[in-house]
Design a protein around this ligand. Structure first.
Ligand code: FO1
Length: 328
């Protein structure tokens, strides 16, 4: 969409985790003028490996927007090699976290820039510029936050549980270590305050969106703002396309439904886009005072991403004068 010469360009903010959120963001970037779009990305999955700062969700968003993401996994770089990982394995290390050679370059440079005193926001903006990414991509915070999974075996850091333990044992609770002390950056708060539309991506509500919402001031800024706020459910037919969202919703709310997703965001949400396979969830969503838009949410290819993005934006436009804004 080009600049129509309106006094002010329509501003869209997307909240994103990894693969699912990144694919919708890619659709938004293809649908909007890139200057209209700001992406706020979860960094509570960040961790250090071999002394390097890894930001999996930020990298997934950057690789997806620069058409470099591995099309099968959705994370990592397409066609990457694993010579370094193989050499590390030969030294007796367990290669449970698959870092590709080209991907390692990102972590080396990020860590070097952080060590020189740059903030995670500065580093991300520089990496995006070098990759030719045009939307603004912002980490949710420059302060450390770590998602911790509480299981019957004790507490596990996110990547240990998610990748190494393949999401077992089941999550009994989630906590975001450091979230009380961490602050969203000024750029994040300004982007939300200035947005006309906020889109909560089809990312895991506990692992990806939860940490963003846990930062002080984010929920309040969403509630008090004038943006229309629309989520895209990560469920299709009560199951997640990728990852443990359905199992976590069942364990933590009693049901893996798009209604349960809407309830987690009910204090600020105006509408939610749900899949046709979950159309039966619509009445429970309406009962929360939240509008439901029923469509195909599966993103098989780039055309699907752009179509879902356009439908989500049109749905948000139809909800302008949002109830959450008039209440607040
Ligand atoms: N996910 C996996 O399931 N296995 C991996 O070995 C793995 C490596 C990896 C390397 C870099 C990167 O940016 C992401 C990587 N991911 C891997 C994905 C990632 O850990 C998760 O999907 C996200 O943290 C959840 O959004």
């Amino acid at each position: 969409m080009s600049d129509t010469g309106n006094a002010r360009r329509h501003r869209v903010v997307a909240l994103s985790g990894g693969v699912g959120g990144a694919r919708l963001v890619d659709g938004l970037a293809r649908t909007l003028d890139a200057r209209q779009l700001t992406v706020i990305v979860n960094t509570a999955d960040d961790f250090r490996r071999y002394g390097l700062h890894i930001s999996p969700d930020v990298d997934t968003v950057l690789y997806t927007l620069s058409e470099r993401a591995d099309p099968v996994t959705g994370w990592g770089i397409a066609g990457d090699t694993h010579l370094v990982l193989d050499a590390v394995t030969a030294l007796g290390e367990d290669p449970w976290f698959r870092l590709g050679d080209r991907d390692l370059a990102t972590h080396l440079v990020r860590t070097a820039w952080l060590d020189e005193g740059a903030s995670l926001t500065d580093v991300t903006v520089r990496l995006a510029a070098r990759a030719g990414v045009r939307p603004v991509v912002l980490p949710m915070s420059d302060d450390p936050v770590a998602t911790i999974i509480v299981t019957r075996e004790g507490e596990l850091p996110m990547q240990e549980w998610f990748v190494r333990r393949r999401c077992l044992p089941p999550a009994e609770a989630i906590r975001y270590a450091g979230a009380d002390a961490a602050r969203p950056t000024d750029r994040v708060i300004e982007a939300i305050r200035g947005a006309d539309v906020v889109i909560v991506g089809p990312s895991n509500p506990y692992l990806s969106i939860g940490p963003i919402l846990a930062l002080s001031g984010i929920r309040e800024t969403l509630r008090r703002g004038t943006a229309t706020i629309v989520a895209v459910s990560p469920l299709v037919g009560g199951r997640a396309i990728k990852g443990p969202a359905a199992e976590m919703l069942t364990q933590l709310t009693g049901e893996a439904t798009s209604g349960a997703v809407a309830r987690l965001y009910a204090d600020f949400l105006d509408g939610i886009v749900i899949d046709r396979a979950d159309a039966a969830d619509a009445p429970a969503i309406s009962a929360l005072g939240i509008e439901a838009c029923v469509t195909d949410t599966l993103m098989r290819d780039r055309a699907d991403r752009a179509r879902l993005a356009a439908e989500t934006l049109a749905f948000a436009a139809s909800l302008r004068g949002s109830p959450h804004a008039t209440d607040g």
